[in-house]
Design a protein around this ligand. Structure first.
Ligand code: F6P
Length: 552
């Protein structure tokens, strides 16, 4: 659908029908929905690859789902999806194709951008990465002094950090435990300090990950890392080639930094930063888990890509998740969405999703540049579930806010744990199932009273329930399952952006802070005679206080 000719979302008949339906539903009760439809727990489920998805504990009826699918049809979700897969330039504000799906396409696929099949180049880079990863893993990649490299420090930020850092944690049990991997992102020097302080520079390789190779945090950290390495090794510039590789789209800047472009792993402008960890940006991860496991992960992504591309609307999992988010955000005024994994290995998963979702759909103008009159992306938050239960779950259970949540769990630990620890998995998963049950069905005052609770405590011990959740259950958290999960969320975010008619693939909102930081830095250091008089009174006073504290 041509965005320019689109009726405003909230003026479409499909939107109006949903608003009316919402009114008619009133305050839908999950207890009632389940009582009316006893088979709901099995009927409202989907299977995608290894993922079992239960959406029965949602405040929806068959009619809600039908109307939501009609909204998707009317807003051209499928057309935009097909345009994305075809390599059309759907990122209109940057005039770029959006083709992270090509990164995981099989070798014989044909996907064209500007008339050129990009798949051979994707596989050429994957092959180059595999060759490099094997060299490091086998000890053949030696540093300046001839010692094999054992430590890999990935320097990047945003999409050039969160993906590989998250996936490294997720797949830790698949990693070569003789290698040490660390991720540095923060421009706070403490991050790099803690990452390198106990490493032997002779055995350390820095992977500089930056799509643009101009991001100030990354280039600053990379420069400091180079200084540290050359000083510690008492070596000249020629040592850089053995200890630095680059992951980037910008060969010129990589060369300028002093890294041999032979040691550069390329990707392309049609890969968005937050969609890039299955490109060259995943090199550190590939070194850690090996090329075969990396391929398994890509195949997991691809499986869900194909599902999203071909499954009918009624069975399309990313479409369903996207629509449920629209339902709560736009028709229940839910402001946030919690993602609560019941796996220690998924400790960074939600942080990764924050960039994926919030940088993609944190927009307030539509594709035509007009301000939208409807809510767009939610605040995404959450940490591993059991820990959250003893922290913020209280608010989800008994607070005043509606917080739709995704619960992600696994039938079995991915690898043998230490003797005695396997049994803990059942306790973990008992919590997993109990929480969505409690959130959905709560505890009525009558049930509380029946336990003999004194009347004055009844309101405090009552759980209203009716908190919607999706449960995602898989057998084990393998590389393929990780790829499936990430692709599921990528496409969910896509669906929502398509419905809200926003460009989910630009990120202009991060620019202003960058520009202002550049102006403020000389005021802090006193360099360049910058004029504090141009600042607002609050920022000027804070800068002044900082300078006083620093004795400047
Ligand atoms: O924060 C803005 C952003 O452009 C992200 O989209 C991106 O992932 C990150 O900065 C890092 O960018 P680069 O890979 O170019 O260093």
């Amino acid at each position: 659908m041509n965005a320019a000719s689109r009726t405003k979302l909230n003026q479409t008949p499909e939107w109006t029908a949903l608003a009316k339906h919402r009114e008619e539903l009133g305050a839908p009760q999950l207890r009632e929905l389940f009582a009316r439809q006893p088979e709901r727990g099995t009927a409202y489920t989907l299977r995608v690859g290894d993922l079992h998805l239960d959406y029965s504990k949602h405040l929806v009826t068959d009619e809600t789902l039908r109307l939501l699918r009609e909204l998707a049809a009317a807003t051209g979700v499928a057309e935009l999806r097909d345009a994305m897969f075809r390599g059309e330039k759907i990122n209109t504000t940057e005039d770029r194709a959006v083709l992270h799906t090509a990164l995981r396409a099989p070798r014989d696929a044909v996907i064209e951008v500007d008339g050129e099949n990009v798949v051979p180049a994707v596989h050429a880079v994957l092959d180059k990465m595999a060759g490099f990863a094997e060299k490091v893993r086998s000890g053949q990649w030696t540093g300046h002094t001839g010692k094999p490299v054992k430590n890999i420090v990935n320097i990047g930020i945003g999409g050039s950090d969160l993906g590989p850092a998250m996936a490294y944690e997720v797949l830790r049990s698949f990693t070569d435990r003789d290698l040490t991997l660390r991720f540095v992102s923060n421009v706070d020097g403490a991050d790099l300090h803690e990452a390198v302080r106990d490493l032997d520079p002779a055995e350390t390789l820095f992977v500089i990950a930056s799509k643009t190779f101009t991001t100030i945090e990354t280039i600053t950290n990379a420069t400091s890392a180079r200084d540290w390495l050359l000083t510690e090794l008492k070596a000249g510039q020629d040592a850089v080639a053995k200890h630095f590789v680059a992951l980037s789209t910008n060969a010129e800047k990589v060369e300028e930094f002093g890294i041999d472009t032979a040691n550069m792993f390329e990707f392309w402008d049609w890969v968005g930063g937050r969609y890039s960890y299955d490109s060259a940006i995943g090199l550190s991860l590939m070194v850690a888990i090996g090329p075969d496991r990396f391929r398994e992960m890509l195949d997991g992504f691809h499986l869900v890509d194909e599902h999203f591309r071909t499954a009918p609307a009624e069975e399309n999992a990313p479409l369903l998740l996207g629509l449920l988010g629209v339902w709560y955000g736009n028709f229940f005024d839910a402001q946030s969405h919690a993602v609560l994994p019941y796996s220690h290995y998924l400790s960074k998963f939600t942080a990764y999703l924050q960039q994926l979702d919030m940088e993609s759909n944190g927009k307030s103008v539509d594709r035509e540049g007009d301000r939208v009159d409807w809510q767009t992306g939610p605040v995404v938050w959450g940490t591993p579930g059991t820990n959250g239960q003893h922290a913020y779950y209280q608010l989800i259970h008994q607070g005043t806010k509606l917080v739709p949540a995704d619960f992600i769990g696994f039938a079995a630990p991915v690898h043998d744990l230490l003797p005695g620890l396997i049994a803990q998995h059942d306790l973990l998963m008992a919590n997993f199932f109990a929480q969505t049950q409690a959130l959905a069905f709560g505890k009525t005052p009558e049930e509380v009273r029946a336990e003999g609770v004194p009347e004055e405590l009844v309101p405090h011990k009552t759980f209203r329930g009716n908190h919607p959740t999706t449960t995602i259950l898989a057998d084990k958290l393998t590389p393929s399952v990780l790829g499936q999960l990430i692709a599921l969320y990528e496409h969910k975010v896509f669906v929502q952006g398509a419905i809200w008619n926003i460009d989910s693939f630009d990120q202009w909102g991060v620019e202003l802070g960058k520009v202002l930081a550049k102006k403020i830095e000389p005021l802090l250091t006193g360099d360049g005679g910058a004029d504090a008089g141009q600042l607002d009174s609050s920022t000027a006073a804070l800068v002044d206080a900082y300078r006083t504290l620093r004795g400047r």
